[in-house]
Design a protein around this ligand. Structure first.
Ligand code: NAP
Length: 202
């Protein structure tokens, strides 16, 4: 078990962000992703498959269903409303927010692969602070804008696809350049490139 002062690093080591933005930093328009890049989607799938995807409620509603072959965590400040809206999805894996439902972070249980649960971001943070460092799973922060904004500082790595054009939109990727340094260009195509950034604090 790590010492108390190591915990910030533990949290960082668990979260990785994955996103795609245009040259003018757009990530969304009308609650959708305003491009269709199958090769980038394959990359997203390859990275996140078998792992945990953490998404905001609006992104979840835009998808309409959990991403298959992954553990889905939807962040909402009102998870009860989601349960009512999607009663079949938020079934047995449902975990309510608040101290009584999750009295101690160790009692946070991830749903099964393909399953979905809705919780508050604070509960995730507490869970990760106390979970073992050798967790076999990666926890991917997958947007949207509100979630990137809050969770990027907790991420060790950022996998960012840059779409090589200016796109109209209403959701933007937050500034990250001060906090992260480019370590690798993973793939370069005429339409987009995939880059890997690492948190400067690590
Ligand atoms: N290009 C990309 O890589 C990418 C990736 C993902 C999404 N997107 C796009 O991004 C857009 C959506 O982004 P968005 O910013 O509008 O919405 P979002 O980040 O997907 O979801 C926002 C919601 O998350 C919940 N939330 C936020 N902070 C929370 C916290 N601290 N604790 C618990 N819950 C919290 C709230 O849900 P409640 O209101 O229920 O409380 C909030 O309304 C869409 O256009 C989508 O297509 C793009």
């Amino acid at each position: 078990m790590a010492r108390r002062e190591d915990r910030t690093e533990i949290v960082m080591n668990h979260f990785k962000a994955i996103a795609a933005m245009s040259e003018n930093r757009v990530i969304g328009a009308g609650n959708k992703i305003p491009w269709h890049l199958p090769e980038d989607f394959k990359w997203f799938k390859k990275m996140t498959k078998g792992n945990v995807v953490i998404i905001g409620r609006k992104t979840f509603e835009s998808l309409g269903k959990p991403l298959p072959d992954r553990i889905n965590i939807v962040l909402s400040r009102h998870p009860g409303l989601l349960k009512r809206e999607f009663p079949d999805l938020f079934g047995e894996a449902w975990i309510a927010r608040g101290k009584t439902a999750v009295p101690f972070p160790y009692q946070f249980e991830l749903p099964r692969i393909g399953g979905v649960t809705a919780i508050d971001l604070r509960i995730i943070k507490n869970f990760l602070k106390l979970s073992p460092m050798d967790s076999p799973l990666d926890y991917f922060i997958c947007g949207g804008a509100q979630i990137y904004e809050q969770a990027l500082p907790l991420c060790s790595d950022l996998y960012l696809t840059l779409v090589k054009r200016v796109v109209e939109g209403d959701r933007f990727f937050p500034p990250f350049e001060d906090r992260f340094k480019l370590v690798e260009e993973i793939l370069d195509r005429p339409e987009f490139k995939i880059t890997h950034y690492r948190n400067r604090a690590l």
